[in-house]
Design a protein around this ligand. Sequence first.
Ligand code: FRU
Length: 443
Amino acid sequence: MPPTGWLNDPNGLCQFEGIYHLYYQYAPDDCFGGDKYWGHYSTKDFITFKNEPVALFPDCSLDAGGAYSGSTIIKDNKMYVYYTGNVKYPGKHDYIHTGRDHNTIMVISDDGINFGEKVCLMKNDDYPDDLTLHVRDPQIIKNGDHYYMILGARTNQDVGCCLLYRSDDLVNYKLVNRIISNEPFGYMWECPDLFCLDGRLCLVCCPQGVEPMGTEYQNVHQCTVFCLDYDFRENTIRLNSQFPEMVDRGFDFYAPQTFLDEQGRRILIGWMGIPDAEYTNPTVKAGWQHALTMPRLLHMREGRLLQQPLEEMKELRRDRRDYDFWELGKGVETGLVFEACLSMESCSDMCLTIRDDVTLSYEDGLLTLDMGTSGSGRTRRSVLLEQLTDLRIFSDTTSLEIFVNDGLEVFTTRVYGDRPGMRIKGKCCGTVSVYELSGFIYE
Ligand code: FRU
């Protein structure tokens, strides 16, 4: 959560000399957004967090309208940080075709706390002519001797895509390709994140303007993953599927970033929020809004993205209680802050009350999260599942992160009811362990 005010995308995630740096889009004075800074937490263990000074301010003509999202790559013991400097000009503009600068900016840091001069690497005239003024959110990966920068973009025809630039020195970039779906998939792709995972190349990005298809793409904006074949020598690209998979099934998940830590783990953290949603967050009464997700370890399994809470989260566990499902049928008070691990021996249908009247039900192969009266406008989200084998549920005061079938699906949502009470009914048998959880520590 932000110390105060507004938080959105995680930015610049990295581990540098043992310390994890979590930057994020931050508007400290305005819990409805505003000009974005880069807020900053650091942690050594994902349990104790230090609130560091703001890393980047929108303080010059290159980024006067906000230091927008970006990423970090480490080279020769230095952090190279890239972000979009947003500038909006007063006047009659739609800010899509006119009225905006979108500068790709680099800053270097030796310690993650102090940052050097802001260097503008690309400005409006440097991007391809057929694009609108929506080109942003640089991310860098290394392949062989080259670095690649990927940017999210919107064309004049309102088609979302990514631009791929190559560099040998992290400073000069040349456009080498464009990643685009066979059929248009939304009008804008925000926050692209390209990475290799267990031998596959994945592109996570956030397409806007996609119509719902059955249970898919129900949120106002999407967060999806494409697998792709990319020949870095020939610069040929092939997306493996027409439609990408959803990264998360809940109401509040957007703009995640991944990074490789010093142990070689591919870790994902998302924004537990979404822009332009109809539902609300009553936390605004207390002067703040939104949060980041827990860190998640990523793997590929049979061509699909697997997300699991990072091992470190087990350090939060305190008292443990074990039940058979039939005992849980009688109703068990667990408090609001808990981790529940359910393992199904069999399950043809079930209805699990998580807290208040928030339920997760499985019927006819459909797993549905229903927010009851606790959603502040959030209603129902579903996913088709051939079988339900296990659930791992993290319930915090105002959030739920539900990992399904070992992490093949995840539901992330804010939740605002305050009555505990977990129970299960239906044709299912299995066991559940409920752990009380301690809070994260903020220094
Ligand atoms: C995604 C996003 C990014 C942008 C940032 C601004 O949520 O719109 O595309 O850089 O937020 O805060």
